[in-house]
Every structure is written in structure tokens, then in C-alpha cells.
Design a protein around this ligand. Structure first.
Ligand SMILES: [Zn+2]
Length: 248
């Protein structure tokens, strides 16, 4: 009998920062750093057993913000790149009985890292569900090797703001390559990142008019990916975009 996880809570804290909670463990993904005037999502303290870092830029690598749930212990830090950011540091780590975390080597730009360096795509696997966080992916397309290494994914957390990451058209093409059930947009302009030269999201909130049929604008920053994947699967749709709302 195949074991299925019962729930997998995903919470968005703005930008590329999330927590994933499943099987008694919390993973903190790409915690950002507050910067006065530039990057003003509220300073947060995260509690997590594990932290994953796609690359070492300030908006993705604030290890100091994360504490282990048990006093005296430190979270397990999984960096997809070396500390100087110049080389890959491939990850393949089991956490508890059900969670496996892997990294897939990628580029922060479309010229093999010559402009903005390297990026690591993180893959979070549990029985029946696979999630990919693209980090600051800058490539035009994923290579066949990368697609094979990532595997079939259910949920993709994708940067859509451009400028520092691939333009939206490329991200859409990459989503097409991965063909997940659910896409969660991230790394776009909000009221907290007005000074960053990234684009805002264009299809949500729903107050801008009714969103296209494959777009849902949620009023929560917190969702159960198991329940949502089931729902989207039973509707027979693919590549449904779920915009989470940043909640302070
Ligand atoms: Zn970034």
C-alpha cells in the first residue's frame, strides 16, 4: 500500500520566501532580508527544522532569521551553491520518513551564469506529491537534463517578476515544459518591493476584474497543497495559477 501524506501546508511570506510543513517538519525556503526603503516585507523570525537556499543573494539567504523548534538545536541548512556562490553544492537529503529534498543545478541568467551567477532549483518530494521551487531562474528554457533531474512535478513555485529572473514569457514556456497541476507565482512587485525593478503581477487581485479561468486569486497566504492538488486534478486542469495573498 502506498503511503500518502495527509496534508502539506504551504505559506507564502512574500517574494520567494515560503514554509512547507509536512510530516512533523517545517522547511523554510529562501528567507529574505529586510532592507530599509528597498525591501520592506516585515522582518520575521521563522521556526524550521530545515532551511533551503537557492542562491546567496540577500533576498533569498537570511539564515539568521531561522530558529530550530527545539532550543539549543540548529536548523539543517541546505545550500544549493557553495558559500561563495561560484559552484554548485548538489543536495539530496532525506528529512524524516517521508520528505526528500534535492537540488537541480540551474542558472540565474540566460548566458550560463555569466551575468548573474548560478541558481539552484529545489525539489521537495513526499509520497504522492512533488514540488519545485525555481529560485531566481533566469534561463529561457530548461534543458532535457534538468527536466529529467526535476522529474514530473505537481506544483511549481515560479518567479514571474522578470528583470532579475527570466521574463514572464520564458517562465510560461518553462511551466509548459514542467506541466504541473499548480503554479504558485512569486518574486513579483508588491507594495513591499516598490523600489525593485521587477514587474507586478497583472492578473490578481480579482478586484482588477475576473481572472482568466486557470487563475485563482486566494485571499490567504496559507494553503494545503494536498487538498488543492486533488481539487485541480479532479477538475482535469493543468497549469492552474494560484496567487496567494501576502498577509502581514
Ligand atoms: Zn531574488
Amino acid at each position: 500500500m502506498q503511503i500518502m501524506i495527509v496534508s502539506l501546508m504551504l505559506t507564502w511570506y512574500g517574494h520567494a520566501t515560503f514554509t512547507l510543513a509536512a510530516d512533523g517538519a517545517t522547511v523554510v525556503i529562501d528567507p529574505y532580508t529586510y532592507k530599509a526603503g528597498l525591501f520592506t516585507y516585515p522582518t520575521r523570525r521563522f521556526t524550521g527544522d530545515v532551511v533551503t537556499i537557492s542562491h546567496n543573494h540577500f533576498d533569498h539567504s537570511n539564515l539568521g532569521a531561522v530558529r530550530h523548534p527545539r532550543p539549543g538545536q540548529k536548523p539543517l541548512v541546505l545550500r544549493g551553491l557553495t558559500a561563495d556562490g561560484k559552484r554548485y553544492h548538489p543536495i539530496d537529503q532525506r528529512v524524516g520518513k517521508l520528505l526528500r529534498i534535492r537540488s537541480v543545478n540551474a542558472y540565474h541568467d540566460e548566458v550560463q551564469g555569466k551575468k548573474r551567477g548560478l541558481d539552484a532549483i529545489f525539489v521537495y518530494e513526499m509520497p504522492g506529491l512533488r514540488i519545485a521551487h525555481l529560485g531566481d531562474l533566469g534561463q529561457k528554457r530548461l534543458s532535457p537534463e534538468q527536466l529529467k533531474a526535476i522529474g514530473a512535478v505537481d506544483v511549481v513555485l515560479a518567479p514571474i517578476g522578470g528583470y532579475f529572473t527570466a521574463p514572464l514569457a520564458s517562465i510560461k514556456a518553462i511551466v509548459g515544459q514542467l506541466d504541473p497541476w499548480i503554479v504558485i507565482p512569486m518574486h513579483y512587485k508588491t507594495t513591499y518591493t516598490q523600489k525593485l525593478p521587477i514587474s507586478g503581477q497583472t492578473t490578481c487581485p480579482a478586484t482588477n476584474g475576473s481572472p482568466p479561468p486557470n487563475v485563482f486569486c486566494l485571499t490567504s497566504s496559507h494553503i494545503d497543497l494536498v487538498a488543492w492538488t486533488k481539487r485541480i486534478r479532479s477538475a482535469g486542469k493543468r497549469q492552474v495559477w494560484l496567487y496567494l495573498t501576502f498577509v502581514k
